[in-house]
Design a protein around this ligand. Sequence first.
Ligand SMILES: [Zn+2]
Ligand SMILES: [Zn+2]
Ligand SMILES: [Zn+2]
Length: 290
Amino acid sequence: MTTGSCLCGTVRYEINGPYQWMAHCHCSMCRKHHGSLFGTTVGVTGENFRWLAGEDAIVHYRSSAAYERPFCSQCGSPVPHAAGPVVICPAGGLEDDLDAKPLAHIFVSSKSPLHEINDDLQRFDEYPPGYGTAMPTPQNPAVTAGGTALHGGCLCGAVAFEIDEQPRNLVNCHCSRCRKSRGAAHGTNFFTRLEKLRWTRGEDSIRTYKVPGAELFAVSFCADCGSSLPAPFTPIKRFIVPAGAVDTPLPIKVGINIWVGSKAPWFDLADGLPRFEAMPPMDRVREVMF
Ligand SMILES: [Zn+2]
Ligand SMILES: [Zn+2]
Ligand SMILES: [Zn+2]
């Protein structure tokens, strides 16, 4: 048995093998919903899945006729959902070693230019042949041409923001909080100064969850669709911005991996970038993270 939960712990579940599949999905809907550069899911049959707590705290957002993207109403983390006979679980929410690893990349044709695939897993432009229906693409708000602002928002379009600052560093974070809140292998984030970001739409729909006892860590998400949004890290006067929430192409690539000591056991890190077991040393934080 492998247990899983959302970031705040309200929604909990357990799964058991045999797994039906495990794959990284690069579709634009996963990227928006998770706020990460790709999502990773594990499929199990209904008899190998059990809710332990918090089923009534789940908001069921339907992103297309065929697909639902439920999330925890308290913390926004993606949570499992049934699709026919199979329950699809965000691997980032799982707590123990599954003793299984992803076998493929799907929707590679929609991959973020920020992410390089560095492994030898099978790649499919969309679904593997013979599997399901084509994944529809979301109606993202048009990116306004001109100007230097970055534009972003959530999957359902209720919330939008602009950032008047180009990021200097893009960081993969493997800490358990990022993995749970994004429901992904890791978060990919950058920081921007508080005064450089403004909400252009839907500020009333933003919910923020701060981890009790954590000095900094907070997540923000859309109350309607659960997508990860920039969250204030007020003590350092910055927002942490999930790269998946940004629509404007970013001019930089991911530079480092942090909290690698907390990495998901099912994720092989093969990008060759500098890595830190936890936070970079304090005298380097400004240089490599801000
Ligand atoms: Zn939660
Ligand atoms: Zn939304
Ligand atoms: Zn993190």
